[in-house]
Ligand binder design. Structure first.
Ligand code: WQD
Length: 335
């Protein structure tokens, strides 16, 4: 059975990807420092998959830990999720983000070369596009200056991967640029577990509906969009997880020194108010919200052109915005 090392595998997208890998006959090996996830996720994964997934507590900067993984398991590929991802926090603590997100990748790549592991799927983000001049965004859309140190770490990591592939050490890489991951596994056993006050829209919506938050503030209602609120491409986390499976399988068929990058979104944009309307429809709950001031740094509208991943990886999103809202709400109610 092929073993895939998932860094950050106890996290939101990592745990959903572990489920899809098991379904496809892989054995995920999880390394996670639990800084933004919970050890209980491992038990949930066992309930969902029926398997005890090997787990190592720590991060990619811990060479001794990585070497222990390599002693215990023959790793055939890596999916690298582990990174800090709070845009606002990255502005306050940039060095924490560069050390962890960039330093962690460099340490992981050293480990891979030392252990002759050639395949890596990297978790990137549409944030590298900033506010695109044309929409939908294709992979050829020029990357913009990052809006935050977080976004800059994603651009830098993509550049590091390109340069290491060019150095002809045999590496094979796919970078996946996520749009906005939302939703949860249908079992409601795993989902998004934001620590403290959520930054992202959908956890704030579900926590407001659950009475944990008093009210949702919609950040800006006077943008140049159909209803004045920002537009994003909300991709169900299970569809996103499947894209990682397709990517690792695709790499197995490539020659060495391979690099490519794919957008992962639905190809559709939805406004904040449309998300709220979808949530109210599927939950039957009236959401308490108000239109407030714009959030500095927000991109007005961005959504993906997914032709490339459709054509080359044969990947298509299966779930709708309503599915995402339904699964998010069921997950919130299970907490
Ligand atoms: C979505 C929309 C907000 C909260 C960020 C990162 C990105 C990725 C996903 C990590 C925007 C509006 C939000 C609220 C609101 N992160 N909103 N009220 O900013 O598109 O992307 O998260 O990989 O890299 O940049 O996501 O969910 O914060 O915001 O009105 O309480 O919801 O203004 O229009 P964003 P988000």
């Amino acid at each position: 059975m092929k073993k895939i090392l998932i860094t950050g595998g106890a996290g939101y997208i990592g745990s959903h990807t572990a489920v899809e890998l098991v379904k496809a006959g892989f054995l995920p090996i999880i390394i996670d420092d639990l800084s933004n996830s919970d050890i209980g996720v491992l038990d949930r994964l066992k309930e969902i998959t029926g398997q005890e997934l090997p787990f190592y507590k720590g991060n990619c900067g811990d060479k001794a830990l990585l070497n222990q993984v390599s002693e215990d398991h023959q790793i055939s590929g890596v999916i690298h999720f582990a990174a800090f991802k709070a845009v606002g926090e990255s502005t306050e603590e940039p060095l924490k983000y560069y050390r962890n997100n960039v330093g962690g990748l460099i340490s992981l790549l050293d480990f891979m070369q030392e252990n002759n592991i050639r395949d890596i799927v990297f978790s990137s983000s549409c944030t590298v596009y900033g506010q695109p001049d044309t929409l939908p965004v294709t992979e050829d859309t020029p990357r913009k200056d990052a809006e935050s140190p977080y976004g800059n770490t994603k651009k830098i990591c993509e550049d590091i991967l390109v340069d290491v592939v060019k150095s002809k050490v045999g590496l094979r890489v796919i970078s996946l640029r996520y749009f906005n991951p939302v939703g949860a596994h249908e079992s409601s056993k795993i989902g998004e577990l934001p620590k403290g006050k959520p930054n992202n829209l959908v956890p704030f919506v579900t926590q407001t509906a659950a009475g944990i938050r008093e009210k949702l503030t919609v950040f800006g209602g006077d943008y140049e969009t159909p209803d004045g609120t920002c537009i994003r491409d909300y991709i169900h986390v299970v569809d996103l997880a499947d894209a990682h499976l397709r990517a690792i399988q695709y790499l197995e068929g490539q020659t060495q020194d391979f690099y490519d990058v794919f957008n992962v979104g639905t190809g559709r944009g939805n406004t904040v108010l449309e998300v709220i309307q979808s949530f109210e429809k599927v939950s039957g709950k009236k959401l308490n919200y108000e239109i407030g001031p714009r959030r500095p740094g927000d991109v007005i509208k961005v959504w993906a052109d997914t032709t490339k991943i459709n054509d080359l990886l044969g990947w298509y999103p299966k779930k709708s915005l309503d599915d995402s809202m339904r699964d998010s709400w069921n997950w919130q109610k299970s907490l």
